[in-house]
Ligand binder design. Structure first.
Ligand SMILES: *[C@@H]1O[C@H](CO)[C@@H](O)[C@H](O)[C@H]1NC(C)=O
Ligand SMILES: *[C@@H]1O[C@H](CO)[C@@H](O)[C@H](O)[C@H]1NC(C)=O
Ligand SMILES: *[C@@H]1O[C@H](CO)[C@@H](O)[C@H](O)[C@H]1NC(C)=O
Ligand SMILES: *[C@@H]1O[C@H](CO)[C@@H](O)[C@H](O)[C@H]1NC(C)=O
Ligand SMILES: *[C@@H]1O[C@H](CO)[C@@H](O)[C@H](O)[C@H]1NC(C)=O
Ligand SMILES: *[C@@H]1O[C@H](CO)[C@@H](O)[C@H](O)[C@H]1NC(C)=O
Ligand SMILES: *[C@@H]1O[C@H](CO)[C@@H](O)[C@H](O)[C@H]1NC(C)=O
Length: 833
């Protein structure tokens, strides 16, 4: 009975619940709950940090959004974050077309509302509804809004294969009477008009209506449903554990709008009377760790009577690639789950950085996230990475502060959440328990990838590959999709990385246009799209169309004056067995000769080596058999060798004048492009002999350093080692030589290509030229300064240099033809003289 007391007490003005549930979810977000396409998360891109960064980048790049990091992070939360939305089984007398059976009824809603209105209020603007389209909007909303969905899905038999779940307790079914009435929601358009003059921190109970007689609606994370492994929403995957992205952004916002707020301004009605209570909260705390801890304290203490507060709730994704569903292993004590803990830690760390080291910086939000969730270098300091969050938190947060902030916020939050009880003192002990348990949980239970393991397991180079996937429709989508997703994550499809294009193996036609957006590719490549591919594999037609497309790409590059910077790889993913005819081979040969630096790779379900070996350049590495499980759960293992082959293909350096015709008159003169390397990492290039086969005394490549930045650049080259590095330096062994030169802070390195094919009869028999540019920073360096503001710079500490080519030529790869004509003439001469 006593739970009603609290509901009736503080509210001086109640909205009488004639509102329908439709008014509950913010208007711009409603379509995420009404459109059947958007409700199904399988139609939205996976919830990974790279996809989140991709969507944020799209918003930053929108010309109507002119905001810095500080403004953007607040407005993102105000527009797209709405925590605690739950499904409620509509009552029998409700007309389904007029009622949205979702409402923000879970407790996390109240905390988020307090955050948005009082702690990080900004100016309460929202982004216009057309900033990103509905698919991206719903994806972003889902990625940053913490929710629990415990409806029965039907696949609960797999719950215990995700992770072990603990003590299962059946929760009283409240769903039947849940929707008679309604709770107030965060209607941003109302908030907008309510405050035009920055008065938000002035508490006005008339403008800020809270709750109503809920008639049994529970406010805690209430588990409306029976699923043994409820889905936790608002989680994104990172290599360093699943993270609640809403907490991360909220922490950054708390640092961006850094302030201390008297708890009396947050409270509604009378606050717990305790002289020990700190009278303010600091914005970075309630937005992150103290926020979740306070919630756990209130719910577990008041509603369940526990004085020992349980911290942490494990869970798992239900797939190994393209993760979309994070499932908790338990139904109880899930107020502060593992992803929320990680998100809270990361948000706190980043919020502090924004408020200290990054004051006045022009860093973008996407860059901040990209650097923090990166295997190397971090946020201007290699210790500031997700892999190091445990140490960072220990440095930044003292036990005393966390207790004081949690206690103060819990007291304020208590007056904002409808709970089934009233605190009349005695919160300090559960707060202490929560903080102690938090510290020990973080030290003992969060066993995420350490920085040491990150360092040894990550490459020191990044790819910029235009990848063309040629997909056979006879693959099951569930089998091939995870494999594709694995490759795309690892080649870093993205604005500063690789692109992907999907072609059909039936005829080589483009199915999904070239995109640098991971989100866009995943949105497009649905099961329905896959199943609509024409069946069968026709290598001859596919190769013919690919040849025509690639030759026209070369013509486009001629028009665009493209000197290089990316590599191009075609990867056939074949499930059916293939036929290789003379005509097929002929197409492969022409492609090989006219688009020489395009690499063709084949990955097949069964061993097709005998059919394919004549079609590739390197018979040992370019054909792989991939044994994928039908559910694709072994994609990483199966696809690793394929990835390794893609990684070996260097970025192209070309003479744009050649196009696809290789007119021998087209000598390049001097041309160049800019490229960028991260401190301590390497870029690899390869040059086809089609650009240097004949002799020319002025032919050379020059690497010129064009901005300051730390350390030196080391330029290495080789004819046989595809990834030449200083370690592999050899001299005096002839063709396997690797030669390196160091480039200090200014100057250039020149590589002569005057006569590198001397004595070789054909273009095809002359080996490629491989070049690497690596950044060498002293081993003791951990901090990096911001030097690069170019639009093409992924990270502000990237080092820019220029690749210049001089007098590159054009030599047709059709050397065989030339050669045979010579032979013919020779034979003719022999016969007649
Ligand atoms: C936002 O845009 C979508 C798609 O254009 C539209 O369906 C929806 O009604 C819009 N929402 C509002 C509140 O205008
Ligand atoms: C994960 O669970 C969701 C929700 O039940 C389901 O739609 C999806 O197919 C599952 N994914 C896998 C790989 O099992
Ligand atoms: C090369 O890659 C960069 C990004 O990594 C991209 O902006 C550029 O358009 C690409 N160029 C070509 C010709 O693919
Ligand atoms: C690809 O882009 C071109 C124009 O750039 C467009 O005409 C074509 O319809 C697009 N194809 C697909 C499959 O989206
Ligand atoms: C949203 O845009 C993406 C590309 O960014 C596209 O694939 C998707 O179909 C669009 N969704 C809607 C609903 O228009
Ligand atoms: C080169 O040496 C460095 C340091 O000794 C090592 O980290 C790196 O992996 C080596 N690279 C190769 C290609 O062996
Ligand atoms: C492509 O050219 C290289 C170099 O001449 C040769 O080794 C390879 O066999 C050729 N591949 C095809 C398919 O013609």
């Amino acid at each position: 009975m006593f739970w009603l007391v609290m509901l009736m007490s503080a509210a001086t003005s109640c909205v009488h619940a004639q509102l329908t549930a439709q008014t509950s979810v913010a208007p711009d977000l409603r379509e995420c709950y009404t459109d059947t396409m958007l409700i199904n998360r399988n139609n939205l891109p996976p919830t990974s940090m790279s996809v989140l960064i991709d969507i944020i980048t799209k918003i930053e790049d929108n010309p109507n959004v002119n905001m810095d990091l500080r403004q953007l992070v607040v407005i993102l939360l105000q527009t797209y974050r709405q925590d605690g939305i739950e499904y409620h089984q509509p009552g029998a007398n409700i007309v389904s077309s007029s009622v949205l059976p979702f409402a923000p009824t879970s407790h996390s809603f109240y905390r988020n509302k307090l955050l948005l209105t009082k702690i990080i209020p900004g100016n309460l603007q929202v982004l216009s509804n057309n900033t990103i389209n509905s698919t991206l909007k719903c994806a972003l909303h889902n990625m940053i809004s913490t929710t629990i969905d415990a409806r029965i899905r039907g696949n609960e038999n797999t719950c215990n294969t995700l992770a072990q779940y603990r003590d299962l307790r059946t929760i009283r079914d409240v769903s039947r009477h849940a929707m008679k009435d309604d709770v107030e929601i965060l209607d941003l358009s109302k908030l907008n008009s309510a405050d035009k003059n920055g008065q938000m921190r002035q508490f006005n109970p008339k403008d800020d209506i809270e709750y109503t007689d809920l008639n049994g609606v529970k406010s805690e994370r209430q588990l409306l449903g029976e699923s043994q492994c409820p889905i936790l929403g608002g989680v994104v995957n990172t290599p360093w554990g699943a993270v609640s992205a809403g907490n991360v952004l909220a922490g950054i916002a708390g640092g961006a709008q850094f302030q201390t707020i008297p708890i009396l301004e947050l409270a509604k009605g009378s606050i717990i009377d305790d002289p020990n209570i700190q009278q303010f909260v600091t914005s970075t705390y309630p937005t992150t760790l103290a926020g979740d801890l306070a919630e756990a304290v209130l719910i577990q203490n008041i509603e369940r009577g526990s004085t020992s507060i349980s911290i942490g709730a494990a869970g798992n994704w239900n797939s190994t690639q393209a993760q979309r569903y994070y499932m908790l292993s338990s139904r109880t004590n899930i107020e502060i789950s593992d992803p929320e803990i990680r998100g809270g830690m990361d948000g706190f760390i980043l919020g502090n950085l924004v408020n200290s080291a990054l004051q006045g910086s022009s860093l973008k939000l996407s860059q901040l996230l990209d650097m923090y969730y990166s295997a190397r270098n971090g946020v201007f300091d290699s210790t500031r990475r997700a892999c190091n969050r445990r140490n960072l938190i220990q440095e930044l947060v003292t036990n005393t502060n966390l207790v004081a902030e949690t206690y103060a916020f819990a007291a304020a939050l208590d007056t904002n959440i409808p709970l089934r009880g009233t605190i009349i003192g005695g919160l300090e002990q559960p707060v202490n328990s929560a903080v102690t348990n938090f510290q020990s949980y973080v030290s003992n239970n969060l066993n995420d990838l350490s920085c040491f393991s990150t360092d040894i397991s990550s490459n020191n180079y990044r790819l910029k590959t235009n990848l063309y996937l040629v997909v056979d429709s006879s693959w099951q989508y569930q089998t091939i999709y995870p494999a594709i997703s694995f490759i795309l994550d690892n080649i870093e499809v993205g604005k500063f990385g690789s692109s992907v294009t999907l072609l059909s193996a039936f005829d080589g036609n483009v199915i999904i246009n070239k995109t640098f957006s991971l989100a866009d590719f995943h949105i497009e490549y649905t099961m329905a799209r896959h199943q609509s591919l024409l069946g069968g594999v026709n290598l001859e037609t596919a190769l013919t169309n690919i040849r025509i497309m690639m030759q026209s790409e070369l013509e486009n590059e001629r028009t665009a004056n493209y000197v290089g910077g990316n590599s191009t790889v075609i990867l056939f993913l074949l499930s059916s067995s293939v036929q290789n005819t003379q005509l097929t081979w002929e197409q492969a040969r022409i492609l090989n000769e006219t688009v020489p630096d395009l690499r063709m790779l084949y990955a097949t379900a069964t061993n097709q080596y005998d059919n394919l070996w004549t079609l590739v350049r390197d018979v040992h590495n370019d054909i792989r058999t991939i044994s994928l499980n039908s559910d694709g759960n072994n994609a990483a293992t199966a696809m690793n060798p394929v990835l390794a082959s893609i990684e070996q293909v260097g970025r192209r350096i070309v003479n744009p004048l050649c196009g696809s015709t290789y007119n021998s008159e087209s000598i390049s003169g001097t041309r160049q492009f800019d490229d960028y390397v991260e401190p301590g990492s390497v870029n690899y290039y390869s040059i086809s002999p089609n650009y240097f086969y004949g002799g020319n005394g002025n032919r050379r490549v020059r690497i010129v350093r064009t901005n300051a930045g730390m350390g030196s650049l080391v330029v290495c080259y080789s004819r046989f080692v595809t990834q030449p590095s200083q370690n592999s330096t050899t001299t005096g062994q002839g063709e396997s030589d690797v030669i390196c030169q160091t480039l200090a802070s200014t100057g250039n390195v020149e590589i002569d290509l005057q006569n590198p094919c001397d004595g070789l009869w054909t273009v095809g028999s002359c080996p490629f030229f491989y070049i690497s540019v690596s950044s060498l920073v002293p081993a003791t360096t951990t901090t990096f300064t911001s030097i690069c503001t170019d639009n093409a710079c992924r990270f502000p500490y990237n080092i820019r240099y220029q690749v210049q080519i001089n007098d590159f030529g054009c030599y047709s790869g059709c050397g065989r033809v030339g050669f045979s004509i010579v032979l013919l003439i020779f034979t003719y001469l022999l016969n007649y003289f």
